[in-house]
Design a protein around this ligand. Sequence first.
Ligand SMILES: Nc1nc2c(ncn2[C@@H]2O[C@H](COP(=O)(O)OP(=O)(O)OP(=O)(O)O)[C@@H](O)[C@H]2O)c(=O)[nH]1
Length: 406
Amino acid sequence: MASSSPVDAGLMAPPSASMADNAAKPPVAIVCIGMAGSGKTTFMQRINAYLHEKKNPPYVMNLDPAVTHSPFQSNIDIRDSVNYKKVMEEYKLGPNGGIMTSLNLFTTKVDQVMSILEKRATPDPENPAKKPISKILVDTPGQIEVFVWSASGTILLESLASSFPTVLAYIVDTPRSSSTSTFMSNMLYACSILYKMKLPMIVVFNKADAKDPSFAKEWMTDYESFQEALTEDENNNAFGGGEGEGGGGSGYMSGLINSMSLMLEEFYSHLSIVGVSSLYGTGIDEFFAAVEQKAEEFKQDYQPELDRRRAEREEVKKKAREKELAKMMKDMNMGNPTDAGPFADIKDVDDGEEPQPLSSDEDDDEYNIDEDDKEGLQARYEAAMQNTDSTTADASFAKYLHTQQR
Ligand SMILES: Nc1nc2c(ncn2[C@@H]2O[C@H](COP(=O)(O)OP(=O)(O)OP(=O)(O)O)[C@@H](O)[C@H]2O)c(=O)[nH]1
């Protein structure tokens, strides 16, 4: 696909912006998540245009299979690989099921995606003039839960984060978050995304031209000011409820919001908050400054945790492999592979000892497969090769035998 370019020339970048050339650094992946109507597409278009303006074109990925019109071009577009409408027809699914299945199908190609990104992130020896990418922009489906709560969303994000510093940009519709209850709902959503994705997050208060987001920043940094707004909403009966139930509104609602805001204080302290107008381009410099800050945070705080989780997963996989190997050895009547026997540990000859040949006076029969066992093995091998639904142990056993036969 052709390199991305801003389509809407009407979106002009602010003149004061400055952008360091980060060609030597790994690119930062910015994953845009936002509720339908929050202005996610307009924001993507704006930051794409800004980077082009800075002669630093990003690499753009669209992960929304259902989008019918996109105002910017994507380098990788899920719609090029998966036909969302056909997926819905073929699997008899509704819109959300269709998006999720399309994402699942796309995720089977995640290795290809990652190798393309890694190639584009390193200098091309055949074309030294071509600058490696410094930003990867990822657009996600407006149905947040489909992306955030699906296995494919997790796999895609984890794959990205395993290769590049990855930052979440959570887009908020500021005018629609000006009451304490909608604000709180939005923040709880952001908190659950952060908790699920475990990646650094920037909360982007969009549509700053329509409503100044300074109230939101204040609420997130000053508990008292949120309390005052809460009391005001309560007095204005903003939470509903009848007379005598906690003043003008429901005492339960304000009490709940109150305790949640206390709980969210810790969450707020880990966020970067920026106010932008995607329509007019204000606040985009601050957004990219926050991206740099979060990318550093990613390396210092999140990367070690990601590495630890990856090492943990590797350990689980290794244990499962060892278990399967032990089972296989048992099936072949060879005992535990870690026991002394024909598979003794490799010894370092430098430790002063003469290397000992493997014992020949052991009962060799112990390691031989008798005719009955051979028949049993062959039967299992054939079953495993024929039946793709066979157990993992059978499948790896078949694979093992297959490699032995080559
Ligand atoms: N005033 C103002 N309106 C905006 C801004 N950003 C987006 N909008 C408007 O908000 C509406 C929704 O914007 P989109 O970019 O389509 O929002 P989205 O989140 O991608 O919506 P979905 O495609 O439904 O997921 C449009 O009418 C935009 O023009 C902004 O910064 N200021």
